[in-house]
Design a protein around this ligand. Structure first.
Ligand SMILES: [Zn+2]
Length: 424
C-alpha cells in the first residue's frame, strides 16, 4: 500500500478525484488507472533504496474536458530535486528560438515592453528575447536551475507562480506585453489560482501563450507514458477555454504543434480585449469531441490498449533471454519510469539506462534499480539493442546514437508499441 506523505502547504483533498481542479465540477470519470507508481523523475541513490509509491489515476471532467490526477503528492516533494534542463535538447532549443523569431518578425514589441516567462527553466527561451534587447523576467522555482538562467543575465525569481506573486509583479513592473507559460500548467496543483495570476497580469494589450501536450493526442497517440504524478492536469482546448473564462480571460487561438508528440499552443487575452477569436478555437474543440475525449467507452478501450502495449513490451524484453542480447535504455526521464514501473520483468534483462544529464548518472531508476550511466559508458558496453524512451525527440537521439555505435545495434521505441527505428 502506498504511503501518502504529509504536506507542508494547504492541499485541497479530493481535487482531481472528487471534483475538477479546473471548473470545480463534480462529474469526473475514470480514464486510466495505472495503479501505485513511484514519482517518475525521482532516482534512487542506491540500488536498494526504499521506493515510495503513490496512486496514479487519470480522470476526466465531463463538464470542461480537463484530464487530471488526484492530489496525492505535493509540488514541494515532486520538485524538490528537479533535474530536467530544457537546454539538454536541441529540438527544444530550436523550437524556443523559432518562437522568439516569429514574435520579433511580427513586431510585437515597442520600447518599454517586457516579457514574463513562467517556468523559465535554465533560460533556454528568454535568452533569445534578451539578445533582441527586450526586458525579460523568468520565474523558476527550482533554485539550481534558476541559477543557470541568472548566469545568462536573466532576472529570475525562484518561486512558484501564484496570484500573490502576480500582484507583486504587477505592482513592480506593470503589465507585460507577453506572458509565456510553456509546459507548466500541467504541473500546477492549484490551477485556478495560477490562471487567476495570469488574469491579474493580463492588461488589455497583453497576450498570453501557453504550450502543453494535448490530451486528445495522449488519447489518440497512446501517450500514456506522459501521465505521471508531476502532471496534475492534462489540457484540452475545451478545458483551457472554460477555465480561462472563469478568471476573466478568453481563448483566442489554438495552434497545433508537433513538439512533444503533439502540443497545443493556446493564445489568451483579457475577456474584454479587442483581439478577434480565430476559427481554430472551435475547430480544435470540435475535434476533441470527435476523438472521444468525453467518451467513457473510448477511454475504457484506451485502457485496454495500454495493457496490450505493456504486455507486448514485457514479452519483447523477456524474449531477450532466449537470444544473446544486451538491452539498454536511453533517456532516464519520466516516460521511462512510467513504462518500467508498469511492467514486471527480471531486472537483469535491462542492463542500464544512459542519460546525458550528469546529475542523473550513477543513480538508479525504480523499480528494477536500473543504473543510469553516461552515454560514453553505453558506447563502451557493446549493446545489441537500445530502447529510446523520450519518443518525442527520438530522431535527435537516434542520430546521436548511430554516430557513436556499431551499425548493427538496433534502436527501438516502446510507444505506441515496441518497434524498431529503421530510418537512418
Ligand atoms: Zn472541469
Amino acid at each position: 500500500m502506498a504511503t501518502v506523505i504529509g504536506h507542508s502547504q494547504p492541499f485541497i483533498e479530493g481535487r482531481g478525484k472528487n471534483f475538477c481542479r479546473g471548473c470545480l465540477g463534480s462529474e469526473l470519470f475514470s480514464a486510466l488507472d495505472l495503479g501505485d507508481l513511484p514519482i517518475a523523475n525521482e532516482l534512487l541513490s542506491s540500488q536498494t533504496s526504499a521506493v515510495e509509491k503513490f496512486p496514479l489515476h487519470l480522470r476526466i471532467c465531463s463538464q470542461c474536458g480537463l484530464g487530471q490526477v488526484a492530489d496525492v503528492v505535493t509540488p514541494e516533494r515532486i520538485f524538490r530535486d528537479y533535474r530536467y534542463l530544457s537546454s539538454m535538447s536541441t529540438t527544444f532549443l530550436k523550437h524556443a528560438s523559432d518562437f522568439v523569431n516569429d514574435r520579433i518578425k511580427e513586431e510585437m514589441f515597442v520600447p518599454g515592453d517586457w516579457v514574463l516567462e513562467i517556468a523559465s527553466n535554465d533560460g533556454y527561451l528568454l535568452r533569445n528575447f534578451l539578445a533582441h534587447g527586450i526586458k525579460v523576467i523568468g520565474i523558476e522555482p527550482a533554485e539550481n536551475v534558476a541559477e543557470i538562467s541568472r548566469a545568462l543575465g536573466i532576472q529570475t525569481i525562484s518561486k512558484f507562480f501564484s496570484s500573490d506573486l502576480a500582484r507583486e509583479l504587477l505592482a513592480q513592473h506593470g503589465y507585460p506585453r507577453l506572458i509565456i507559460a510553456n509546459n507548466v500548467m500541467a504541473h500546477v496543483p492549484d490551477l485556478l489560482d495560477f490562471v487567476e495570476g495570469l488574469g491579474i497580469l493580463c492588461g488589455l494589450e497583453t497576450q498570453i501563450t501557453i504550450e502543453n501536450p494535448s490530451l486528445a493526442n495522449i488519447l489518440v497517440g497512446m501517450q500514456f507514458d506522459t501521465i505521471y504524478h508531476e502532471h496534475y492536469s492534462y489540457l484540452s482546448a475545451t478545458a483551457v477555454a472554460r477555465i480561462s473564462e472563469i478568471k476573466g480571460l478568453r481563448l483566442n487561438k489554438v495552434e497545433e504543434l508537433s513538439i512533444h508528440g503533439g502540443s497545443n499552443r493556446y493564445w489568451l487575452t483579457k475577456l474584454e480585449s479587442d483581439y478577434l477569436i480565430d476559427s481554430s478555437v472551435v475547430r480544435v474543440s470540435t475535434s476533441e469531441v470527435e476523438k472521444g475525449l468525453f467518451d467513457e467507452a473510448e477511454w475504457a478501450n484506451y485502457s485496454s490498449n495500454v495493457s496490450t502495449i505493456l504486455n507486448g513490451f514485457q514479452d519483447w524484453l523477456c524474449s531477450a533471454s532466449e537470444k544473446p542480447r544486451k538491452i539498454y535504455g536511453y533517456g532516464a526521464a519520466a516516460k521511462a519510469s512510467t513504462i518500467l514501473n508498469a511492467i514486471d520483468v527480471d531486472p537483469n534483462l535491462f542492463l542500464a539506462i544512459a542519460d546525458v544529464s550528469l546529475e542523473k548518472q550513477q543513480k538508479f531508476m525504480p523499480p528494477l534499480g536500473t543504473k543510469v550511466i553516461a552515454p560514453q559508458e553505453l558506447f563502451r558496453s557493446n549493446p545489441t539493442d537500445i530502447v529510446i524512451f523520450p519518443w518525442n525527440i527520438k530522431s535527435e537521439i537516434a542520430t546521436y546514437l548511430r554516430a557513436n555505435l556499431a551499425e548493427d545495434v538496433r534502436l527501438w521505441c516502446a510507444i505506441p508499441f515496441i518497434y524498431e527505428i529503421t530510418s537512418k
